[in-house]
Design a protein around this ligand. Structure first.
Ligand SMILES: [Zn+2]
Length: 181
């Protein structure tokens, strides 16, 4: 039994014995934000509406990714992608969108840790890169960093540098996004 599953089972048992929800979250060995997400998904999976309602109060914190350490981010992805196959697309879509809205997080994530998360959660990698590519398929206007020309273009997929159509300078997606008009 994984650490996460053990925590959920312990928490579900505690709920049966009327231990307050906040106490359960506080006593867990997992990060409270992750524990909340786990309890929400457990409530969904086992159709325990009261549990879902309790967890929902603090649930949106699970998507406040800027407050996560990289270790906790890895945990969060695993919770959503490996522990809860029956929860459906909604939660995963929300998580992927949260990642996409703060691209700095991907840059700050240690490469090795990120590779491990992608390897262990193949669905996450394809969802995330699928969203990034879909976003980039739309042509947008950027002000080139070196020639200051307004150029309208589609960025290349994540990991490839895109060239300014006016002067040929190439920058990664991250830089272009900061130059969006
Ligand atoms: Zn240029």
């Amino acid at each position: 039994m994984s650490e996460e599953r053990t925590d959920v089972v312990v928490a579900l048992l505690a709920l049966i014995y009327d231990v307050p929800f906040e106490t359960i979250i506080a006593q867990s060995s997992l990060c409270p934000k992750i524990m909340n997400a786990l309890m929400y998904t457990a409530g969904h999976k086992y159709a325990i509406d009261t549990l879902k309602q309790e967890a929902k109060t603090n649930f949106s914190e699970a998507f406040d990714l800027e407050k996560f350490s990289s270790k906790d981010l890895s945990g969060l992805v695993s919770v959503f992608y490996s522990s809860t196959p029956s929860v459906g697309r909604g939660l995963r879509d929300r998580l992927v969108k949260a990642f996409d809205s703060v691209p700095d997080i991907l840059d700050a994530w240690p490469r090795q840790a990120m590779d491990m998360v992608f390897a262990e959660n193949v669905g996450f990698a394809s969802d995330l890169f699928g969203l990034i590519e879909k976003r980039n398929l739309k042509a947008k206007t950027y002000k080139c960093l070196s020639c200051h020309t307004l150029v309208t273009m589609k960025l290349l997929a994540s990991g490839k540098a895109s060239r300014c159509v006016a002067c040929g300078s190439s920058y990664y997606e991250q830089t272009w996004r900061g130059l969006l008009q």
